[in-house]
Write a protein that binds this ligand. Structure first.
Ligand SMILES: [Zn+2]
Ligand SMILES: [Zn+2]
Length: 88
């Protein structure tokens, strides 16, 4: 007799598999919830950090808001970012 109850799904330690978690604000302020960067698929793409992000300038940040930051790649640079102006 064998049963297949041996499901070993690895749950994320950070969010316990919820996909988001809470962290307490500074100075005991209101707790905030944030998307878990461990589980986030970063499927919405990335936006470029510019000017105001110190050492993270020129890096790419996840649009889902999980806080994941990665280096800019060649592909990112290839994305046309200019808004075409209609000149008369
Ligand atoms: Zn997680
Ligand atoms: Zn993400």
């Amino acid at each position: 007799m064998s049963s297949n109850t041996n499901k070993e799904e690895k749950k994320c330690e950070k969010c316990k598999g919820e996909g988001w978690y809470q962290y307490s604000g500074f100075n005991g302020g209101t707790p905030h919830s944030t998307i878990c960067d461990e589980c986030c698929t970063h499927d919405k793409g990335f936006w470029e950090l510019k000017e105001y992000y110190g050492k993270n300038n020129d890096k790419m940040c996840c649009l889902n808001g999980c806080g994941f930051i990665r280096e800019k790649t060649k592909d990112d640079i290839a994305i046309p970012q200019s808004v075409e102006k209609i000149e008369q």
